[in-house]
Design a protein around this ligand. Structure first.
Ligand SMILES: *Cc1c(COP(=O)(O)O)cnc(C)c1O
Length: 410
């Protein structure tokens, strides 16, 4: 069975490879895949004892599964959280974290710059159940202060945000939220647990789409919710156990193996993203480049306080030149020969998205304008290809997109 881990704390890269491993009686090297829906008991007495809680035994994979549990323990160790529960998708994680905690009559305050489906839950789903929801500009502390002047049950935010990479001052918002009686739920997908640990800044719950960097190779969907043991066991667990957003043990196993290389991948992707941001910022076709660790990012100091790296995403705005910005953006996307057009992110393969016509199409033009998303905005998720090939590809696509711009700028 598993060796006793050392009592000294292990570093993240070690936890990613070894954290939470439970070796079975077969003494396997690699984490075992328990692809089983249920479990058997030695006797009717053991089944009874398991159900009345006097004995601990796996019952059914909707409640718990050894492969899933290894992943939960690994993520909890990495995050510095007391407990973790996996879900089938990132959206199931966000939904379960919110709906397990909320009831009719409650109030939610959220940053406006949210992943599209998170925005839909707050703006459309919650009001259906009699839960009031209020959006604020995440970077504006005055708006948080005004919105949290009234009793509130839950705050949801994303930092850095999608796609404009806007930062929220976590410590300041957590302080205001706690005074209003709210728990703070942070969607930490863009930063990954390696670059930013929201619990250290006062957040109560952290949610992930493990579909992104944790799998990181475009194979499976998964989600995670992390918090205190008390909240996870008393609030979240009864909800997930009975409503059933359970992850497949197979998907959990893929993510578990994905985590082994997370640190290598995220560090390499951050290095390339920083180099690409510097390249883009010098190009005449690019009106604005957003990367949290660049000196021209409006919240660079806050980003450096929260994160140990600038992240794997770069957002930039193309000039329309003599034509429409959307046409320039489409010409640019269509001229890429290495980088894919795809709405996913955090993958080994680099990808671009045109948010105005895809991920942020449904929120409408007025809401997009409030977020600063224009028809020229492009989000680039930087992958693991050779950065020189990525820069060559971007350069050629910018030439194709902006012939008119370069000439107009002369
Ligand atoms: C992808 C994503 C989600 C949703 O995750 P799924 O696994 O696709 O359900 C939520 N928040 C952010 C920031 C994301 O990038």
């Amino acid at each position: 069975m598993s060796k006793t881990p050392p009592s000294r704390p292990l570093r993240p890269a070690t936890l990613l490879v070894r954290g939470g491993t439970m070796r079975s009686s077969m003494d396997e090297t690699s984490e075992a895949l328990f692809l089983t829906s249920g479990f058997v008991y030695d006797s009717a007495e053991q089944a009874e004892a398991t159900f009345n809680g006097t004995e601990t035994h796996y019952q059914y994979s909707r409640f718990g599964n050894p492969t899933v549990q290894m992943l939960e323990q690994r993520l909890a160790l990495l995050e510095g959280a007391e407990a973790c529960r996996m879900t089938a998708t990132g959206m199931a994680a966000v939904h379960a974290a919110m709906l397990s905690h909320l009831k009719a009559g409650d109030r939610v305050v959220a940053s406006r710059a949210l992943f599209g489906s998170c925005h839909w839950i707050v703006s459309t789903l919650l009001p259906r159940y009699g839960i009031e929801s209020v959006f604020v500009d995440g970077g504006d502390l005055g708006q948080w202060q005004a919105a949290l002047a009234r009793p509130t049950a839950l705050v949801l935010l994303e930092t850095p945000s999608n796609p404009m990479l806007e930062m929220v001052d976590l410590a300041a918002v957590a302080d205001l939220a706690h005074k209003a009686g709210a728990i703070v739920v942070v969607d930490n997908v863009f930063a990954t647990p390696l670059l930013q640990q929201p619990l250290k800044f006062g957040a109560d719950v952290v949610v992930y789409s493990c579909t992104k960097h944790m799998d990181g190779q475009g194979r499976v969907l998964g989600g995670a919710v992390l918090g205190t043991r008390k909240w996870v066991e008393e609030v979240l667990q009864p909800f997930t156990r009975n409503t059933g957003p359970a992850i497949s043990p197979f998907n959990a196993w893929v993510i578990l193996k994905g985590l082994e290389t997370l640190s290598l991948r995220v560090n390499a992707m951050c290095r390339s993203a920083a180099a690409i941001a510097d390249f883009l910022a010098e190009r005449p076709e690019v009106a604005r480049t957003l990367y949290p660790f660049r000196a021209d990012h409006p919240q660079q100091a806050l980003a450096r306080r929260h994160m140990s790296g600038g992240g794997t995403l770069v957002t930039f705005e193309l000039r329309g030149g003599t034509g429409e910005a959307k046409d320039a953006a489409f010409r640019f996307c269509n001229a890429l020969r290495v980088i894919d057009v795809s709405n996913n992110l955090g993958d080994a393969k680099s990808m671009v998205t045109h948010p105005a016509t895809t991920t942020h199409m449904r929120i409408g033009a007025a809401e997009r304008a409030k977020l600063g998303i224009t028809d020229g905005t492009i989000r680039l998720s930087v992958g693991l290809e050779d950065v020189a090939d990525l820069i060559d590809d971007l350069a050629e696509a910018l030439d194709a997109a902006g012939g008119t711009v370069a000439r107009a700028a002369e």
